[in-house]
Design a protein around this ligand. Structure first.
Ligand SMILES: *Cc1c(COP(=O)(O)O)cnc(C)c1O
Length: 853
C-alpha cells in the first residue's frame, strides 16, 4: 500500500465575500435566522446537499455563482449587516459582566464536560435529549457571557442515521464526518502548533488531537483519537457515539474525562469549576487529583478535597440500567498505574465508584464516582430530583431520603434557536426585541395577550403548511429509497391535510416512552382520526438504539399501523429523527403528545420547544410537565399516578388519552368563531406561552447554575488555594480529626418537660445533652428532627429545628437547647441528631456523618 498524504483545500472565496467564512465558522448563525437565509439564498440546492452546513457549502458553490454574488449589492449589504451583528454580539455587555460589576459573580473558568453536544443538524455529534441540552446550554452560556469552555469528543461517525426497510424495520448507517468541511477547526496552542494530548491506558499511550467549535462567545474543545500515532484500534476509540461495548466505553470516557483535563492543562487553563453533564466524564476528577498532587504538591486527601469542592454533577438518568458500570477487573486493568500514582490501594480507588465501598463485588459506577467527587449533585426536574434522592439514598444511609443532598435545576431550551421565523416576527412586533435578550422576563411574555387571535392563527397556518411540505418531501424521498413506483411516490404529495388537527410524537423509541399507547384500541383511534368533519393526523418520528429490540418493534408497530388502509394519510412516520426533523415538527404541530411511564422521563425538553411556537402539550405528568402544567395551558393525562402493573397502567392511561382527545382536544380545535378562528384554542396557546416560556429556557437554567453552583464553587476554589493552599490544608486536617473523633460523639439524653397539656401556640423547650468527645460546640450542629408519624411509627418527611449550644455543661457533656413552636394539634414525633459543621462545607451532609439519639 502506498503512503497516502493529505492536503486540505479551502474554498477560494473572493475577498469581498470573506466575512462569510467568519460567520460560517461561528455557530452563532444557528440561532440567527437572517444568517441562515443568507446561506440559503446563496444556492438553495447546494445548501440542501451540504446538509445545511455552510462551511461545506462554501467549498461546493460554483465559482461563477460566487462571482455573481460578489457583484450583488443587496446580497453584500445583507452580508455586511450580519457580519457586523456578529461582531456586535461578540463585543456586547453580557449578563455575566453586569453580575461581575455588581459583585454577584466572580472571574473564573467553568469547564463543562459532555459526551455529546447537539448544536445543529450539520454536526451529528449527539444522540438525543442529553446532547440537545448540552448544545442549548452552550448557546445560553454564550448569550450570558459565562467564562466557560465545553469539553467533548469528536466522533468520526457520530450517532447512526436511521432508515426503514419496506417492512418498517429500522436499519442503521454510519456516514463518516469530514471534519475539515465542518464548522470546527484544529485547535492550535499559543505556539501555533496543533494541540494533542497523551493519555495513558491499559499499559499504553493513546494520543488525541483537539478541535474547537465556536458557539458565539464560548468554545467547545473536542478530542479525537483518529491520528496516525495511534494503533489502528485506538484510532477507532472516538468513532461512534455510544457505539461498541464496555471496553470502548471506558476508553472513550478516559479520553473525555482525563484527556479533557490534560487538554485544559496543555492550554494553560485552570478550571475553577468542573461540571459533569452526566457521569460519562467523571474520570476527569481522577486526572484532576493527579494534576493537583503533581503540580501543587497536595496529598491525596487534600487533592480529593480540592476536586470535590469545585466539581458539579448533573444526573439525567432515573434508572440504574442507564448508568455506566464497569466490572472491578476492568478498572484494575485500566487504572493500576494511576492508582499507584495516587498513592492509595486499588480497593480504596474502587470504593470511589461503589455505593458500598467495602463490597468487593460491586461494579464501579460512573454516577457514584461523580456524586462522590462533586460538591453539588442535581437532577433535571423537581420530580427527577426526588427519584434521584431515592435512587442514591444508600450512599448516605444515615440521612432521611428527602434530605439526601441532590437538588434540582429544571431543564430548558435555547428558545430563539427553536423558534420559527413566523413566530419570531410576531413576538418582535408585539413583545419587542427584548424578549431575545431577556427570555426570562415574565412581563415581556405576558404581552402575548395583546396579539390578536387571528394573527396567531394566520401564523400557525403558515407553520403547519411548512411542516406538511417538509413531511411530503421527506416521505417522497423515503419511498424513492425503498424503490417504490413513481405512482406510489406521487401519492406522497397528497399525504396530510393542512386543515386537520396535527399531533406530533417524536422522541427516542425507548419502551418507557410508550409510542404505541395510542394504538391500544384501534377502533376508537380510527373514530378519532377519521371523522370527516373533524379529521386528526399524527406524525411520528424517532430512533431506537441499535441494540434495543423492543424499541425497534415499537417503530415497526407504528409503521405497520400507519399502512393500514383506514389510517392512510392520518398517520405518517418520518425517518431519521434529528435536529432538523425536530425543528420542523415542534414548529408545525398543534399538539405535542408525550406518554412516558412516570417517573422515567427525567425532564424532556421537546414540549418546551413546541410551546414557544404556539403548539400545545398533551402529556403524562412526568419530568418537566409536573412543573409546567397549569390549568388552562395544556392537558395532563392522569394526575401523576404511578403503577406497579404496567399492563393495567397502559389500559387506564390510554383510555384517559382517548377521552381527552374526544372530549377536549378535538372539539376545542374545531370550535370556530364566525371568522373560522378557534378562539378558545388560541387562549390556551397564549396561556401556555405566558406560563411556560419565561421559565423553561436555558438562559434561566444557566443563570441558575451560575448562581447556585458556579459562583460558590469559584469562590471556594479561590479561598482554598490562597497562600499555597493554606485553607485547603487546614480544612483537610480538620476533616481528618472529625472523622477520627466522630464515633465518640454521642447524644446522651433528650429532655422535654413532662406535660400533657401542650396547646397549639405553646413553646415546647427541648434540651439535648451531647458528649462532644473533645470537639468544640461550634464544630457541630445539633437539631431536633420532627414530624408526623407514619403507620410504622417513624417520622415521615421530618423537618429540622436547630438546637443551640447553651454554654451549660453537664459533666463533660454540653447542653444544646431549642424551642419547638407547636403549630397544629395532634401527635408528632421527634428525635435529635448532630453532624459536624464548618462554614467551608458545601452542604450540611457533605461529610456524610450524622449521629442520631
Ligand atoms: C429536543 C430533542 C430531544 C429531546 O427531547 P425529549 O423531550 O427528551 O424527547 C431529542 N432529540 C432531538 C433531535 C431533539 O431536538
Amino acid at each position: 500500500m502506498p503512503t497516502v498524504r493529505t492536503v486540505n483545500i479551502s474554498p477560494n472565496l473572493p475577498e469581498r465575500l470573506k466575512p462569510l467564512l467568519a460567520i460560517a465558522n461561528n455557530l452563532w448563525w444557528t440561532w440567527t435566522p437572517e444568517a441562515i437565509y443568507l446561506f440559503q439564498d446563496m444556492d438553495r440546492d447546494v445548501w440542501e446537499r451540504s446538509g445545511h452546513n455552510p462551511v461545506a457549502m462554501l467549498g461546493m458553490i460554483e465559482q461563477p455563482r460566487l462571482e455573481e454574488l460578489e457583484r450583488d449589492e443587496i446580497f453584500l449589504a445583507r452580508l455586511d449587516e450580519i457580519y457586523s451583528e456578529l461582531e456586535r454580539y461578540l463585543k456586547s455587555k453580557t449578563w455575566h459582566k453586569k453580575q461581575l460589576a455588581e459583585g454577584k459573580q466572580s472571574e473564573g473558568l467553568i469547564a463543562y464536560f459532555s459526551a455529546e453536544f447537539g448544536l445543529h443538524e450539520c454536526l451529528p455529534l449527539y444522540s438525543g435529549g442529553l446532547g440537545i441540552l448540552a448544545g442549548d446550554f452552550m448557546k445560553s452560556a454564550s448569550d450570558l457571557g459565562l467564562p466557560l469552555v465545553g469539553i467533548g469528543l469528536l466522533y468520526k461517525h457520530g450517532y447512526f442515521q436511521q432508515y426503514l426497510n419496506t417492512d418498517g424495520w429500522q436499519l442503521e448507517t454510519y456516514p463518516s464526518n469530514d471534519f475539515y468541511n465542518m464548522p470546527l477547526k484544529p485547535l492550535k496552542g499559543s505556539d501555533g502548533e496543533p494541540v494533542t494530548v497523551q493519555v495513558e491506558m491499559d499499559g499504553r499511550v493513546v494520543y488525541a488531537r483537539a478541535w474547537s467549535i465556536a458557539v458565539g462567545r464560548v468554545e467547545i474543545y473536542m478530542l479525537d483519537t483518529d491520528v496516525l500515532s495511534n494503533s489502528q484500534a485506538d484510532r477507532q476509540i472516538t468513532s461512534y457515539l455510544y457505539g461498541g461495548g464496555l471496553e470502548t466505553r471506558i476508553q472513550q470516557e478516559i479520553i473525555l474525562g482525563m484527556g479533557g483535563i490534560k487538554l485544559l492543562m496543555a492550554l494553560g487553563l485552570t478550571p475553577t469549576v468542573c461540571h459533569m453533564n452526566e457521569g460519562h466524564s467523571a474520570f476527569m476528577a481522577i486526572e484532576r487529583l493527579i494534576q493537583l498532587m503533581q503540580n501543587d504538591g497536595l496529598s491525596y486527601t487534600e487533592a480529593v478535597e480540592a476536586v470535590r469542592s469545585t466539581s458539579i454533577f448533573t444526573t439525567h438518568t432515573p434508572v440504574q440500567a442507564g448508568i455506566d458500570r464497569f466490572p472491578p477487573e476492568m478498572i484494575r486493568r485500566y487504572f493500576t498505574k494511576t492508582v499507584e500514582g495516587l498513592g492509595i490501594d486499588m480497593e480504596e480507588f474502587l470504593g470511589l465508584g461503589r455505593i458500598n465501598p467495602s463490597d468487593p463485588t460491586e461494579a464501579f459506577s460512573m454516577a457514584v464516582l461523580a456524586i462522590k467527587m462533586a460538591s453539588k449533585t442535581n437532577g433535571v426536574s423537581k420530580l427527577h430530583s426526588e427519584v434521584s434522592r431515592k435512587m442514591w439514598a444508600n450512599i448516605w444511609p444515615q440521612i432521611p431520603q428527602h434530605e439526601v443532598p441532590i437538588t434540582h435545576i429544571t431543564n430548558g431550551i435555547h428558545t430563539l434557536g427553536w423558534m420559527s421565523s413566523e413566530m419570531a416576527r410576531l413576538y418582535q412586533r408585539y413583545l419587542g426585541t427584548r424578549w431575545i435578550d431577556e427570555p426570562t422576563d415574565h412581563a415581556i411574555w405576558k404581552r402575548v395577550e395583546q396579539i390578536p387571535a387571528f394573527e396567531i392563527w394566520r401564523s400557525r397556518e403558515r407553520m403547519i403548511e411548512t411542516l406538511i411540505s417538509f413531511a411530503r418531501t421527506r416521505l417522497k424521498k423515503q419511498l424513492q429509497a425503498k424503490g417504490l413506483s413513481s405512482y406510489q411516490i406521487e401519492k406522497a404529495e397528497e399525504v396530510l391535510d393542512p386543515e386537520a388537527l396535527t399531533i406530533g410524537f417524536a422522541r427516542r423509541f425507548a419502551t418507557y416512552k410508550r409510542a404505541a399507547l395510542l394504538f391500544k384500541d384501534l377502533e376508537r383511534l380510527k373514530k378519532i382520526l377519521t371523522d370527516p368533519e373533524r379529521p386528526v393526523q399524527i406524525i411520528f418520528s424517532g430512533k431506537a438504539h441499535p441494540q434495543d429490540k423492543l424499541g425497534k418493534e415499537l417503530i415497526h408497530q407504528v409503521v405497520q399501523t400507519a399502512s393500514l388502509p383506514e389510517f392512510r394519510n392520518h398517520i405518517v412516520f418520518i425517518e431519521n429523527y434529528d435536529i432538523e426533523v425536530a425543528r420542523h415538527l415542534v414548529q408545525g404541530v398543534d399538539v405535542w403528545l408525550n406518554t412516558p411511564r412516570r417517573p422515567n422521563e427525567a425532564s424532556g425538553t421537546s414540549g418546551m420547544k413546541v410551546t414557544a411556537n404556539g403548539g400545545i402539550n398533551l402529556s403524562i405528568l412526568d419530568g418537566w410537565w409536573v412543573e409546567g402544567y397549569k390549568d388552562g395551558n395544556g392537558w395532563a393525562i392522569g394526575s401523576g399516578e404511578e403503577y406497579q402493573d404496567h399492563e393495567y397502567q397502559d389500559e387506564v392511561e390510554s383510555r384517559l388519552l382517548y377521552e381527552l382527545l374526544e372530549n377536549s382536544v378535538v372539539p376545542l380545535f374545531y370550535k370556530r368563531n364566525v371568522h373560522g378562528i378557534p378562539d378558545e384554542w388560541i387562549e390556551i396557546i397564549k396561556n401556555s406561552i405566558k406560563t411556560i416560556c419565561p421559565f423553561f429556557n436555558t438562559n434561566r437554567m444557566v443563570e441558575d447554575y451560575a448562581k447556585q453552583f458556579y459562583l460558590p464553587n469559584t469562590n471556594k476554589w479561590r479561598i482554598l488555594k490562597e497562600n499555597n493552599w493554606n485553607e485547603l490544608k487546614s480544612l483537610t486536617l480538620w476533616k481528618q480529626n472529625i472523622i477520627k473523633t466522630w464515633p465518640n460523639v454521642r447524644i446522651l439524653e433528650i429532655r422535654v418537660p413532662l406535660n400533657d397539656s401542650i396547646k397549639v401556640g405553646d413553646r415546647l423547650p427541648i434540651s439535648a445533652i451531647i458528649d462532644l468527645a473533645g470537639l468544640d460546640p461550634n464544630e457541630i450542629r445539633a437539631e431536633a428532627y420532627l414530624g408526623r408519624l407514619d403507620e410504622k411509627g417513624e417520622i415521615s418527611l421530618g423537618s429540622p429545628l436547630p438546637l443551640l449550644p447553651s454554654g451549660e455543661n453537664e459533666g463533660s457533656a454540653h447542653i444544646f437547647k431549642g424551642n419547638l413552636l407547636c403549630l397544629s394539634s395532634g401527635q408528632i414525633g421527634f428525635s435529635v441528631r448532630c453532624y459536624p459543621y464548618r462554614k467551608e462545607l458545601g452542604h450540611k451532609f457533605e461529610m456524610g456523618l450524622l449521629t442520631w439519639n
